[in-house]
Design a protein. Sequence first.
Length: 186
Amino acid sequence: MSYTKPAPSFLLALALLLSACARAPESYPAPVQIALPGGSEPAVTAPPGDRLLLAMSDPDVNQHILSHVYSAPDGSEWRFTGPHPRFRLDVQSAADLAFYVRFFVHDEALLAVGRTSLSVSINGHRFGAQFALPGDMEYRHPIPQDWINAPGTVEIALDVEPAWRFSDGTVYGLHLHSVGFERRRK
């Protein structure tokens, strides 16, 4: 008895036939489709109570900026200000508050203007500080309780001198991360 080798076309047909024996996957209906209402998204509201700190990445940050803060993409952690930014916060209790600001001093700005003076006004009461080092800065200053008539709106004004005039003519004050108040530890 002689053995003959199977033809390659027979092997290919056999492979195709064996692979066709698998079960077809189960089918499922498409998920229920929901149509959302048209229009813009509703504004995010802060919970009632103290609003002590305003971060530039807060979703409602623009509702608390009164002037001199340049726009940035939503969620940006840092925003440039002009030389006279103004803010509004709601404070329910004025006890044990310290003013707080976090900002960044650029090397280029420091070389251009030198020592920078920051004057802060809380409801018309002023104090200040000077900065001459580059980098990420945090500044705190205790606030006398009689400066804030709580509960209510508190206006914070910053004045930066000298301002930094960039090569395109834009005038900058601070590269701001957050501004507002912290509770002092007893």
